[in-house]
Structure formats: C-alpha cells, structure tokens
Design a protein around this ligand. Sequence first.
Ligand code: SF4
Ligand code: SF4
Length: 332
Amino acid sequence: MIDKVNIMSSLNDFFVKGGIHEFPIFCIARQGGRTAVEILARAVIMEGKHAYIGQNLTGLRSMGANSIVIRFAQSEDIPPGFNVTNPEGALFMHEMFIRNAPGSSGMSQLTPGAVVGRLNSGFLMVCTSKAPEELDYPVPFEGTVATVDAEAIFTKRVNLQPAPSGITALGLFVAATGDLVSLDAVKEAILAHDRLSKKVREVNVLCLMDAFDQAKVAHNLKLPGRPVEKAKATTRFSLKPDGELHLMTQSMSARWRTKLPICDMSKCTCKECFSAYSCPEGAISWTDGVIHFDYNFCKSCGTCAQECVFSTITMGDVDQAMQIEEEKGSAS
Ligand code: SF4
Ligand code: SF4
C-alpha cells in the first residue's frame, strides 16, 4: 500500500497563512482581459502589495478563452504558475464560461469548467445582463454573486464588436470584492497604462465607473446549482467571425497523433495528480481519485509522461488508451 502525499493541503495552508488573494479570470479573445488583469495588478501594487499574473496561452485556449490567474498579497512570497490553488472567487467576462463544470477538488487547472466545478463560495462575478439571482450556475454556490453588463456599458460609448470590455469588468470586481482594491487605485492604474492611447484610457475610466455604479451585488446569496450531464474534463471555445462563442468538441491535433498517454494507477503516489498541471491543453483531470485524459484535446506531446516523477504515465497505443479510458467511464 502506497502512502500518498497530500501536496494540495500543504499548498492551501501556504495560501491561507500568507494572506494570498487568488482570482482566476476568464475572457474571450480580443476582449482585453489580459490588459485588464495587468491594470488590476498595477492597482494592487500601487496600494503597496505584491502581485503575480499567470496566463495559459497555449494551444486552442488562446483562440477562444483566455485564462488568467492573479495572486496578490502583502508578502512577496507568492507561488507562481497557472494552476488554481485556493481561489477566493472568479471573474467570468462572458456568461458562457459558467455553463459547464466537470468538477475538481484540490488544485485545479486554469480552465473555466475546472474552476466552476470547485467554486462553491466566495465571490462569483459574471459579465451578463442577468441579475445575480437569475444566474444559471451549474454547482451550488453560497456567497457574493455580482453581475454587470460590461459589454453594453462599453458599446454605449464605443461601438466595437466584440466589445473590449475587460477593463470595464474591473468595475464589477471592485464593487463585488469591497476593500480588496480601491476604485481610485484602478482608475489611476488605467490612466498610467501607457500602452493604451490617452483617449482609450479615458474612455475606459468612464466605463469602469459606470460598471461600478451599475454592478448588481448580492451578498450571502445561495444559488442552487442544477443537474448537469457528466461533463468533459475540458471545454474549449472558438470565437467565430460573428463574434459569438461556440463550444468545440475536438482539437485538430486529435486527427494526426499516433500515441496517447496511459497511466498505471496502481503505481500512483500522489493524492491528486501533480503532472496534470503541466498539460498544455488542460486535458487531464482528477475525479474521485481517478485520473482522466480528455483524448478529444490531448495533442500527444508527452509532457505528462515526462513530468510524472514515478513514470506511471507512458505514451501508448491510441486504441488501447481509448479503451482504458472508456472502461474508467463505464466503471464510474
Ligand atoms: S501520474 Fe504521476 S504525478 Fe500523476 S498521480 Fe500518478 S504518480 Fe502522481
Ligand atoms: S500528452 Fe499529456 S501533457 Fe500532452 S496534451 Fe496529452 S495529456 Fe496533455
């Protein structure tokens, strides 16, 4: 019997003791989410804190959903990496990101579904025209739920599609989280962000203030969750020319690969798979102590096999791998 190592619980303790605030943030491409998170980091630094930004820009995710995590704290001892360890809440800059939840425990990958699957409390912030009570959130949630129609606010001032409403969404973040960062610091950070023209910075300050004023914030709200179909480990979005997001069911690379990862679970040594966090496609999940590969998105790079220090993952025959994964599915 292997004595399993609980790396996740030590990491969680580290976050709590270090007073580290962690927020995953999801946006669609061209929405300006990355710039917004840089501005948020600049604002917390202006207030005397330290900040770290991790972004998952690899593979198909860079085409549809940009997944970013920001951590900030008084101490400069902030763990790096684009996994999600101890989120205080999450900001979804498009409502579509909250429709799916594969479920996850411990640390999760920086994908919308994995974060939704574990976010049951804290701050749930969604850019939508709906009120907090009307959100169709897939898992039960209790805490602060906040919404704002950031796209409508931005397009009222500048008619662009898709609306670059990422910075506008920071008004929702400030309204929901209260004293974590001040509105004045975010305004100042926007005006100091000289990668944007002066005119764009000024428009964004106005949009930020509108979003702050128009944000609907409900504290101690209980959302019931809804029964969901057993979801895939990963969800991908593609942005079509009409500006709409569409769910993708398979990656292009699935058509040409010749090997797939297979795990011999009898040799696994971790309480939750650590090598999963190195997968550039977010194709590995861990549910109830069982590793799952989403072969619709695995591109056969072999990184997971390289990263597992106990060599329990090997790259094997495609048909054999598919069969093993199918058997796991039918057993659960
Ligand atoms: S595959 Fe490797 S890293 Fe993942 S749980 Fe097993 S031993 Fe740990
Ligand atoms: S081989 Fe492993 S690391 Fe590479 S995409 Fe597939 S599951 Fe992810």
